[in-house]
Design a protein around this ligand. Structure first.
Ligand code: SF4
Ligand code: SF4
Length: 338
């Protein structure tokens, strides 16, 4: 699986060719934000914009996703399974942090119960990520050992802009298949030093860093610590941080009916909401600090206990989008130094 080069013009040709036969998703500018969207032409794509408002998880685990539909007639009910179209899919232009979040989600959706809706989409999708040209002040991906603006975790191909062309690093067989199927558009790799330079520059642009050493050990023993009330005081419980997080994966299932027809949908849910843990006659998390604590402990302890990695990739979306400026890196610093 040798590295390749593709000119910018040929990359557009590749995208246009792929979009004729399969579903292609890419960052698209919509108003003042970028969102992963299905595209039909390379002209729609923004590869150099800010990070997308919503994370890549949405392409695999929709914000609101129909699981089945049904019809009722007297005491009978007919269930209609939702069928995926089975089409191959390509994501082009995902940020390395978003791609790195996918193996984290894979663990959850493929662990005890195999979530066919998610896993089927993952199987059919090739991820072509791009080394970040710009980073946000809130990015702190390099605090995690295996993630950076040019890391390959979760990607099948990684593109790095080296001027007239993109340097293409092949990560998996899926990525190699894209090259094999479009070999006339790819050339033998050269300018590896230029690629290394661009990647080094990208890594150096990430200024924010958080020290994770000692965090897990603190979280193992500080469940009852008064610090949770102190650090979560401002939290409104709006759930922006969890909805926009590429690794948060909680959902709720609802049946929506209209007369005799209906559908069963699953919707993103959040541990930040008061009703999230409401049970008949019992609410184990009555105060917001308990919900805030759950979010942090889940990402940096429970997930680590279960899968031996953190459920955060340092994308910074929760910092960018919190209406009261809660900052997960400051929260971690306070816990570690408490
Ligand atoms: S975005 Fe901020 S205010 Fe909203 S739930 Fe998250 S931490 Fe709390
Ligand atoms: S917790 Fe915040 S920084 Fe970490 S992956 Fe989620 S949104 Fe990104």
């Amino acid at each position: 699986m040798a590295d390749k080069l593709i000119s910018k013009e040929d990359l557009n040709t590749l995208i246009d060719n792929l979009a004729k036969d399969i579903d292609v998703f890419a960052p698209v500018k919509k108003g003042d934000m970028y969102l992963y969207s299905k595209i039909s032409s390379s002209k729609d794509i923004s590869l150099n914009g800010k990070n997308t408002k919503k994370p890549l998880k949405e392409v695999f685990f929709g914000q609101s996703e129909e699981l089945i539909s049904f019809k009722t007639a007297k005491k009978e009910i007919e269930i209609i399974e939702s069928e995926e179209d089975g089409k191959k899919r390509v994501i082009i232009g995902s940020r390395p942090c978003d791609a790195a979040a996918l193996p984290i989600l894979d663990e959850v959706f493929g662990w005890d119960y195999k979530d066919s809706f998610y896993l089927d989409k993952r199987e059919r999708t090739t991820i072509i990520s791009i080394t970040c040209n710009e980073v946000e002040e809130s990015c702190f991906c390099t605090s995690f050992g295996n993630i950076s603006p040019s890391s390959k975790e979760g990607s099948d191909l990684l593109l790095t802009d080296i001027g007239e062309s993109f340097y293409v690093e092949v990560v998996t067989d899926k990525g190699d298949a894209i090259i094999e199927g479009n070999s006339n558009l790819f050339k033998k790799a050269e300018n590896i030093s230029q690629k290394d330079k661009r990647q080094k520059e990208a890594v150096e642009k990430v200024k924010r860093r958080v020290e994770l050493e000692g965090l897990k050990e603190k979280l193992d023993i500080n469940f009852e610590d008064p610090i949770w009330k102190e650090i979560s005081q401002k939290c409104l419980g709006c759930a922006a941080c969890t909805y926009l997080c590429p690794t948060c994966h909680c959902f709720d299932i609802q049946d929506e009916m209209k007369k005799s027809t209906g559908k069963r949908v699953r919707n993103w849910d959040s541990c930040a909401f008061g009703h999230f843990t409401q049970m008949p006659g019992h609410q184990p998390r009555t105060e917001q600090f308990q919900r805030f604590r759950q979010r942090v402990i889940h990402k940096f302890k429970y997930y680590v206990d279960k899968f031996n990695k953190t459920a955060c990739v340092g994308c910074g979306r929760c910092i960018e989008n919190c209406p009261v400026n809660m900052d997960i890196t400051k929260v971690i610093e306070k816990i570690v130094s408490s």
